[in-house]
Design a binder for this molecule. Structure first.
Ligand SMILES: C[S@@+](CC[C@H](N)C(=O)[O-])C[C@H]1O[C@@H](n2cnc3c(N)ncnc32)[C@H](O)[C@@H]1O
Length: 254
């Protein structure tokens, strides 16, 4: 029998955490059947300076980040509900760039299997779900077609424009044909380092200088990348706050 989770993943010069050390007691939510376990394969964590420094920024400010971001806008909540409504019963949903797994937990609460996946060990450690993995979502250590759907909330904004196509290819590879992909990401066509803001409550705990590399994509670039892969766009809208955000949902070719 295959053991889960694997004790160690290989990946270039990076050694990844043993996910067992991150696990906590199951949430206590009754499940209709055992959650599916996506099979893993060789693991790569992209080691660009920007990616590793961004990861360190999230690790340094993990508790503070959760404080500031665990609530969602009305539009984001409604978008997530529409996504959940389209899932088949007992779906395995990958939440890529999950942070502390806020959305993965919502998928599990809705009767599915939310799988939190993130580079930040510290954020994953704050996640309450029992399915989680430290990994890079641009090079997923998962076998083909292992998930029913993939969700990315505010994580594509850390992917360079020239890596967007390869990242979508990777997402399509792990989602079954005809599966759902949804993402929310900032728009703008600019990129750069941004300092992690601090919540009032935790300012004294903030590590000064924690910074993250952001890429605010262009709507046309995102749409083109989806259409090039034959994704069927189901909805796309823009929400305005301090920035514009696109909320897009598509089906991969069946
Ligand atoms: C802005 S946070 C969003 C977290 C969560 N989805 C939310 O909305 O609260 C971006 C998350 O993406 C993760 N991330 C960034 N690049 C990643 C990558 N290449 N692979 C995996 N996780 C990544 C970060 O560690 C961080 O947790």
């Amino acid at each position: 029998m295959r053991s889960w989770p694997p004790t160690r993943f290989r990946g270039g010069d990076t050694e990844c955490v043993d996910t067992r050390s991150l696990r906590v007691a199951a949430s206590g939510i009754p499940r209709k059947r055992s959650p599916p376990r996506p099979r893993t394969c060789d693991h790569v964590v992209v080691n660009s300076t920007r990616a590793t420094e961004t990861e360190a920024g999230y690790d340094a400010a993990a508790a503070d980040y959760v404080d500031r971001t665990s609530t969602r806008s009305r539009e984001a909540k409604a978008f997530l509900s529409r996504f959940v409504d389209l899932l088949s019963p007992n779906s395995l949903v990958l939440d890529v760039g999950s942070g502390s797994g806020t959305d993965a937990r919502r998928f599990s609460e809705a009767g599915h299997h939310g799988f939190a996946l993130d580079r930040s060990t510290k954020l994953l450690a704050l996640s309450a779900g029992d399915l989680r993995l430290r990994a890079d979502f641009c090079a997923l250590p998962l076998v083909d077609s292992c998930a029913d759907a993939l969700w990315s909330h505010a994580s594509l904004l850390h992917v360079e424009s020239d890596a967007l196509g390869a990242t979508f290819d990777e997402w399509q590879r792990v989602v079954r044909p005809g599966g759902l992909v949804a993402f929310v990401t900032s728009l703008g066509g600019d990129s750069g380092w941004e300092l992690a803001p601090a919540s009032q409550r935790r300012v004294p705990e903030m590590v000064s200088g924690a910074r993250r590399w952001f890429v605010h994509h262009e709507s046309a670039e995102l749409q083109k990348a989806m259409l090039q892969r034959g994704w069927v766009l189901m909805e796309s809208s823009v929400r305005r706050s301090h920035r514009d955000w696109i909320l897009a949902m598509a089906r991969t070719p069946g």
